[in-house]
Each structure stands twice: as structure tokens, then as C-alpha cells.
Design a protein around this ligand. Structure first.
Ligand code: SF4
Length: 329
């Protein structure tokens, strides 16, 4: 279909029309394009947007399999392949998540928090409530993590706590002093199961454009690092985020207009996100576990085994916060 016909057929929404026009020009301009697919609802819109054009044949679609994927996601990939007549490469993790967790430790709370805790654990930190200078003497070469522990970063002008301070997570320091972690914590599984494998695939493929289904309104560190839908990276290959400016409402308009079908994770399991099943970073991991128990019991058993300590520690922390808040009322 020609661009003007696609626009004529598009919903009456400026953001969507702009994304159609820009995607068209990017697909025309670049020759070797990688599009990362997660099987989630954002990537459903992404594929549909790209597949409107003849030039979509320049795209290699890739799904990075972390080893903890819902069966429903894998089935959905097959559905997408049939629907659009495409092939999606399945790329396996360099080290699957279960192995990473065993070797380096389990993820806890967030990527950043896990990083600081793992550094402190590597220095055999004893979770003591001392000032920065004293701790720096006792644990040299661990400055950044100790600054986090000691809340050494300034608050913002509006009085907001810095995300580089432990106080960014309310009562976490008090909790950890009273309940030091008895298991290894690490954010390495993201690195080995996702980042490293994706970087290697990109490098080996020498793609000149990398397309991601990232939306600014979703928040998160990765998204706030981007200012626009495009990043020029020179030889490493440019990056384009076609649905960067889509709000949830924009996405809904797109989905309804083009009859987008999401995976069963959304329509049957009632999940709000996909990705690594049961990741302890998820705010709603408890709800996710309940749904998994009912719909994918084998996966439920697996994640409870892999992330057992992290789930337990997170539950203890959440109870601790609740009690503190109740006492302060
Ligand atoms: S998203 Fe969670 S489970 Fe998946 S690799 Fe990262 S930390 Fe591990």
C-alpha cells in the first residue's frame, strides 16, 4: 500500500499519523534493520506499524528468550508470524536466568538497588548504621554503594529524594539493618539474559537501524534516558522508537482501529505486562504469581524455585513498610 493510502486509512490521531510517516521514512532510508519483539502489547503495535510497508522486508525481527517466558508469549509469536507472514528469530540467553541467579544472586526490588546491594555484599558489608567516613575506612573501594547506603546524594530542588539514595525506597535502610539479607542479590541476570545477548546479536548482524517498542509514558530509567524517538549512534547503528510518543489512549485507538490481538497473557491471564515471568522487580509480582499458578503452573513452580529468597525478602520488606506506616498514623 502507498503511504498516502495508509494515511487515508489511519485513525484521526496526530501521534499515530506522525508515527506512520516517520516509520515509513526510516524504513526507506535504512537497509539492514533489526526490530526487537517482546510478545507484549507494545510490540504488537510495533510490528503492525512496520508491516504496513513493502520495505518491511528489510527487517529482521528478533525475540530474546530469557528462559523465563510464558507459554502464551511463545504461542503469540507463532500467531504473529502467521498473521504477518514474517519470521521472528528466537535468540537464547547467553546464560539463562536460573543459572545467573544461582551464580551471581537474585534480583531484588529494582535493578539499581540490586546493583548497590551486590557491591556491598562483595565487600562483606555488615549493614551497619554508621557515617560515610567511618564506612569508607572500613570498606575502601566501595564508595558509590556506600554513598547510596548513607544517603549522601542531595535531594532535588523540589525536595524529592534522589534515586541514588537508599531512602528513595522508604524504610529500606531500617529494614536491612534489622534484617540483613541472607542470600546473594544481583542484577546480573538482566545483563546475561537480555543486554549482552542483544548487544552481541546487534553487533554480529551489523544492523544500521535498531527498532524498539519503547513508550515514554511507561516511565522507568531506560525511557527517561531518551529525549526523542530517535538516537543517532554512528557506526553502532541508529535507534528508532516508533511508538515513543504513544500514550495509553493512543495505543488503545491504534489497537481498536487496526484490530490488534494481544497474547493470552493479557486477554486470558489478566496480566498488565509480559516479559520475564515473575520478575521480582515487578510491583505486581504477587498478582502475576497468582495468575501464573492458575494458567501456567509449571512456570509458577519454576519461578518460585528460582526467586524464592527474593520473593520472601520482598514480602518481609513490604510488611515492614506497612507496619511502619500504620504506626505513624
Ligand atoms: S527482567 Fe527481571 S528476571 Fe528478567 S532478566 Fe531482568 S532481573 Fe532477571
Amino acid at each position: 500500500m502507498e503511504l498516502n493510502e495508509i494515511i487515508k486509512d489511519a485513525p484521526n490521531d496526530v501521534t499515530i499519523v506522525e508515527s506512520i510517516v516517520i516509520t515509513h521514512s526510516k524504513l526507506k532510508k535504512y537497509e539492514k534493520i533489526l526490530c526487537s519483539i517482546s510478545g507484549g502489547s507494545d510490540s504488537d503495535v510495533l510490528i503492525d506499524l512496520c508491516q504496513k510497508y513493502e520495505e518491511a522486508k528489510k527487517i529482521t525481527y528478533a525475540f530474546f528468550d530469557t528462559g523465563l517466558e510464558f507459554k502464551a508469549t511463545k504461542e503469540h509469536l507463532i500467531f504473529l508470524e502467521k498473521k504477518y507472514g514474517i519470521h521472528i528469530e528466537r535468540i537464547r540467553a547467553i546464560k539463562p536466568i536460573p543459572l545467573c541467579c544461582k551464580e551471581y544472586g537474585q534480583p531484588f526490588l529494582s535493578k539499581q538497588v540490586s546493583e548497590w546491594i551486590s557491591r556491598l555484599q562483595a565487600h562483606n558489608f555488615q549493614w551497619e548504621d554508621e557515617g560515610l567516613e567511618i564506612l569508607l575506612e572500613k570498606y575502601p573501594n566501595c564508595r558509590a554503594a556506600l554513598r547510596w547506603w548513607c544517603n549522601d546524594f542531595e535531594k532535588s530542588d523540589s525536595g524529592r529524594e534522589s534515586s541514588f539514595n537508599i531512602a528513595y525506597n522508604q524504610y529500606l535502610k531500617e529494614f536491612m539493618i534489622q534484617n540483613p539479607p541472607k542470600f546473594k542479590i544481583s542484577n546480573k541476570c538482566c545483563y546475561f539474559a537480555k543486554k549482552k545477548v542483544a548487544n552481541k546479536f546487534k553487533k554480529d548482524g551489523k544492523f544500521d537501524l535498531n527498532i524498539y517498542g519503547v513508550r515514554k509514558s511507561e516511565g522507568g530509567a531506560r525511557r527517561s534516558a531518551y529525549k526523542t524517538c530517535f538516537t543517532s549512534n554512528g557506526e553502532e547503528g541508529d535507534e528508532y522508537r516508533p511508538i515513543f510518543w504513544y500514550l495509553s489512549e493512543t495505543k488503545k485507538v491504534y489497537e481498536e482501529h487496526y484490530n490488534i490481538v494481544n497474547s493470552k497473557c493479557y486477554s486470558e491471564y489478566g496480566l498488565k505486562r509480559t516479559g520475564c515471568a515473575g520478575c521480582p522487580y515487578g510491583k505486581n509480582f504477587e498478582e502475576e504469581l497468582q495468575s501464573m499458578k492458575k494458567n501456567e503452573p509449571q512456570l509458577f513452580a519454576a519461578v518460585n524455585n528460582i526467586f524464592a529468597d527474593s520473593y520472601e525478602y520482598t514480602r518481609e520488606y513490604r510488611n515492614f513498610v506497612k507496619q511502619k506506616r500504620d504506626n505513624n498514623r
